[in-house]
Design a protein around this ligand. Sequence first.
Ligand code: ADP
Length: 255
Amino acid sequence: MTEPIVRYQNVHKSFGDVEVLKGIDLDISPSERIAIIGPSGSGKTTIIRMLMTLEEPTSGDIIVNGTNLWKMEKQGKLVQADEKHLRSVRGDIGMVFQHFNLFPHMTILENCMTAPIHVKGVEKAEAEQRSVEMLERVGLKDKMSNYPSQLSGGQKQRVAMARALVMKPKVMLFDEVTSALDPELVGEVLEVIRDIATNDDMAMVLVTHEMDFALDIADQVLFLDQGVIAERGSAQKVINESKNERLQEFLTRFR
Ligand code: ADP
C-alpha cells in the first residue's frame, strides 16, 4: 500500500455554534481523483478550504505528505502551526476557485508567475518559462499580456488552472469551478481538467455538480450530507447504484 498523500482524521469544523463537519475520515492516494458531491451547505467547500489552509479545523488532524497541516512540533509538543509552517505545507497544494480569484491588476502572465517567485523562491526566468508553458497548455499563450477583465469566464478559469499548475502541486483542489460559468463555457474548462487528469499524476479533489464528468474521471466519489460522508466508493457505485434515499433525491436534481 502506498502512503496516502492526504489524510483527514476525525476532522470536525464548527462555525459558531453550528457544526458543519462532524468527523471526516478520508485518505487520498497520490494521483487519486476524488469527486465530492452533495447538497448545498453540506460542507464540501469547507473540506477543501481546510486543506488549502484557508479554514482551521475545530478538532482532528489533516496530514499532507506526512506533515500535520495545522499542528507543528515545538520542544517535543504538538502546538498550533505558525504561518511559516502553513506556508511551507501549502506549497504542495493548488486550488482553483469558483470565482477564479485572479489578481485584477496583474497581466495573465504575472498572475501565473507571482506565486512561484514569492512562495517557492523560483527564479524569475524559470517562473516565466513555466508560466508560458502552462498558458500554452490551456490554450491561452496569446493572452498572456492581457488583464483578467479582458477575458471570458472560461478563459479566466483556464488561467486559474495554469496558475495552479505552475506551482507543481502534489494535490489540486477544484471548488465548483464551472458553477459560475455560462453553460457554453463549461466544456472548455472541463477539457482542461480532463487533460490534467490524463497527463499529470497529482492527486485531484473536485467539488462538482457535473455528475457525468465525475463518472468519467473520478476514482472515488464521496457523497457529503449534513456534515458526514454518507456514501463513498467508485463513481459507478455511488452515482449509479447507491440505494441511499437522500443521495437519490440529490441526484434527481442534477441529472
Ligand atoms: P457546500 O460547499 O457543501 O455548499 P460549505 O462548506 O460552503 O458547503 O458550507 C457549509 C456550511 O458552513 C454552510 O451552512 C455555510 O453557510 C457555513 N459556512 C461556511 N463558511 C462559513 C464561514 N466562514 N462562517 C460561517 N459559516 C460558514
